[in-house]
Design a protein around this ligand. Structure first.
Ligand SMILES: [Zn+2]
Length: 399
């Protein structure tokens, strides 16, 4: 039987306008099955009184590393006492330090930890995420991580788009034979993942000390040939042409971009690559230099915002906090930041026709807030004035 919900007495309904976002006051919204059926009219089985508060689309977090086992609290302590990311990596910290525990963890353990994290995402208004493998770094453990991501998406209200990221770092056993690891990714991992239909995207950490531009290109092209859509961790610590490569291989998104240069900007612009900015990572790593959001927006590049949630460089799950950072540290307006965290995030994972904004016919992924308009979000900083979250037309958080 079809389910219907009506949201009534909405204060500000944040909808797509001709340019950016509009606030529709005093409206109502009707949901039928999974979809937004009508705005401003209609009846339903269940009525939710929004008490003149704001209703928005749910957040789309287009960059997360959801599946990992142990936390890296010691590493954060080291960093706070002055050690750099590179120094920590040299001491055996960094990405590879998450690998051992993921390799030995049972799928159930990874699933249970992931599920708990998803509950936290949901309570903060996130209704869709992208999630990467990349802490397994061998055939078996990469497949295990991707299977867990797919199972979590089936089991939890949050929809998850899976990304294969075997090229997250070089595992220690391949430290001195890096090209062999690149071959392992191309010849073994990609075909297996493709056969089992476990991923939609392929991602590479194209960075000094990680994967070179040439290695990244080989991996992304191999992924593309297998039907995976490329995305890139680009220009985070150094600029050595990763953003340019994003344009060249037709990546859907280039992420981080703290060190992007003019050539990289032009490449993103000419090839319609979404720039996904992750200010939580800059904040968590205690750095001062945020990605040049204004410059990207002024160049008419679509800017998305995401958490980069991971155990090492950004243990942050809150999109409202990411919005706050975008407004306070990257000079984005609250409308730009909100679009980045919803519709542009959806574009970064190829789902902009289905989710990311409030429009008749789109999926009913919604947040009923306890505040009156978007500009109040940065005032609450780490507090989340969220009353209800609706995913696929179902009330999944708040009673
Ligand atoms: Zn990342």
């Amino acid at each position: 039987m079809s389910q219907s919900i009506k949201l009534e007495n909405i204060g500000c309904l944040v909808v797509e306008g001709n340019e950016g976002l509009d606030c529709k006051y005093g409206s109502s919204l009707t949901i039928e099955d999974e979809y937004i059926a009508s705005i401003g009219s209609g009846n339903a089985d269940t009525v939710i009184d929004c008490k003149d508060k704001m209703v928005t689309s749910g957040f789309v977090d287009s960059h997360t590393h959801l599946v990992f086992d142990t936390l890296r609290i010691e590493e954060h302590k080291l960093r706070l006492s002055g050690a750099s990311y590179e120094e920590i990596a040299k001491k055996g910290g960094g990405i590879v330090s998450s690998v051992e525990s993921v390799r030995s963890a049972s799928p159930k353990k990874l699933f249970d930890k992931g599920y708990e994290r998803l509950n936290r995402f949901l309570s903060m208004g996130t209704t869709t995420i992208e999630a990467k493998s990349g802490y397994g770094l061998d055939v078996e453990s990469e497949l295990k991580s991707l299977k867990v991501i797919n199972e979590l998406s089936d089991a939890h209200p949050i929809k998850i788009l899976p990304t294969f990221m075997g090229a997250h770092a070089f595992p220690v056993e391949y430290k001195n034979k890096k090209d062999e690891y690149v071959s392992l990714i191309i010849d073994k991992m990609i075909p297996e993942i493709n056969n089992k239909g476990l991923a939609k995207f392929i991602d590479v950490f194209c960075e000094e000390g990680y994967f070179s531009v040439d290695q990244s290109k080989q991996i992304l092209e191999a992924g593309k040939s297998a039907g995976l859509i490329p995305r890139i961790h680009a220009d985070e610590f150094y600029n050595f042409g990763a953003s340019f490569l994003a344009g060249e291989v037709g990546a859907i998104s280039a992420d981080h971009l703290m060190k992007i240069d003019e050539k990289g900007i032009q490449s993103l612009k000419e090839n319609n690559v979404v720039a996904t900015l992750l200010p939580g990572t800059t904040f968590f790593l205690n750095k001062d230099s945020y990605a040049p959001a204004r410059k990207l927006i002024d160049n008419k590049i679509t800017v998305a915002l995401a958490t980069d949630f991971n155990p090492g460089s950004c243990h942050i799950q809150s999109m409202p906090f990411i919005l706050t950072l975008a407004v306070m540290k990257m000079q984005m307006s609250i409308e730009e930041a909100f679009l980045g965290a919803t519709l542009h995030g959806a574009q970064a994972i190829g789902l902009e026709d289905e989710i990311g904004s409030i429009r008749t016919g789109k999926k009913a992924d919604l947040i009923v807030w306890d505040i009156s308009d978007l500009s109040e979000i940065p005032y609450y900083v780490s507090n989340h004035p969220i009353r209800h979250v609706i995913k696929n037309g179902k009330l999944v958080f708040g009673s």
